[in-house]
Design a protein around this ligand. Structure first.
Ligand SMILES: O=c1ccn([C@@H]2O[C@H](COP(=O)(O)O)[C@@H](O)[C@H]2O)c(=O)[nH]1
Length: 273
């Protein structure tokens, strides 16, 4: 998907919500366990119930890999369902990959060609030659971890090297990568106060922002410091949306929370227009 198509979706739906599909068999409603593929049955119901309120879906691959072959099959069915039924949705494989170049190319092929995701999350730690193989894929997006939402982000990411925090080195350096216009960055909603500094380095790049909902980050604070003329934000919520009921009404319950988030986003977009 081209960035301009993503921006027009955001404007049309008045939403920059990404629904996280972190599907856990211990957390989904029990009545679904009798389905042939409970993971896909759950995802399909959540997608159908929320697709008009969000601009994308982010399955975290850990939740699928944990179930081996049947988990990977459910991931494949989920991405195929989204691409066939709601092709306007931006899809993110939250896989946090990155390796020597030769291996990164295989990861990129797996997510961009075989599964046909629009984007994949990538760890920056191995540097330029581990990230550029992802950027070689046209109209696909590589989402680099910059400043993550967890407490451990302070272990390395905010440490100062040559007078600058490591996450700032990541942002600055990545701008020189080939096809860097296809880069987006992960910044945790729990680190909203850092967004002014982040926007000084990457004023226009899209940010994937996890950490609202279950992790306690504030949508308003993220927007206050991070929003751009083209919005520039994709705010993800996973558990906060998908696990609101253990009953037959689980998809309606997910829709209700997604609707609240979309309404709040619409208010923010109107205020910023
Ligand atoms: O810094 C990061 C990077 C990725 N994540 C992932 O996003 C979702 C958040 O789930 P919630 O249930 O909304 O907390 C999950 O897949 C994480 O692995 C993140 O939280 N922070």
């Amino acid at each position: 998907m081209k960035t301009e198509d993503l921006i027009s979706q955001i404007k049309k739906k008045q939403s920059f919500l990404i629904v996280g599909l972190d599907t856990d068999l211990d957390k989904i409603p029990k009545h679904l366990l009798k389905e042939e593929d409970p993971i896909f049955a759950f995802n399909k119901a959540i997608i159908d119930a929320t697709q008009d309120l969000c601009v994308g879906y982010k399955p975290n691959t850990a939740f699928y890999e944990a179930y081996g072959l049947k988990g990977w099959k459910a991931l494949e069915k989920t991405i195929n369902y989204i691409n066939e039924t709601y092709p306007e949705q931006f899809t993110i494989a939250d896989a946090k990959r990155g390796d020597i170049g030769n291996t990164s190319t295989r990861y990129a092929k797996a997510f961009f060609e075989d599964l046909n995701f629009d984007s994949v999350t990538v760890a920056p730690y191995m540097g330029k030659d581990s990230v550029e193989p992802f950027l070689a894929f046209k109209d696909k997006h590589t989402i680099m971890l910059a400043l993550t939402s967890n407490q451990g982000a302070f272990d390395f990411q905010t440490q100062t090297i040559d007078g600058q925090e490591l996450y700032k080195h990541v942002l600055e350096t990545s701008k020189s990568y080939e096809n860097s216009d296809q880069l987006m960055y992960v910044v945790g909603a729990t680190k909203a106060e850092y967004l002014t500094d982040i926007r000084a380095i990457i004023p226009e790049a899209f940010l994937l922002v996890p950490g609202v909902g279950a992790q306690g980050g504030s949508l308003r604070e993220v927007c206050k410091y991070g929003i751009t003329e083209d919005i520039g934000l994709l705010v993800n919520s996973s558990r906060g949306i998908i696990y609101n009921s253990q009953g037959e009404d689980f998809a309606i319950a997910a829709r209700n929370v997604a609707q609240q988030m979309q309404s709040e986003m619409q208010e923010i977009l109107v205020q910023n227009s």
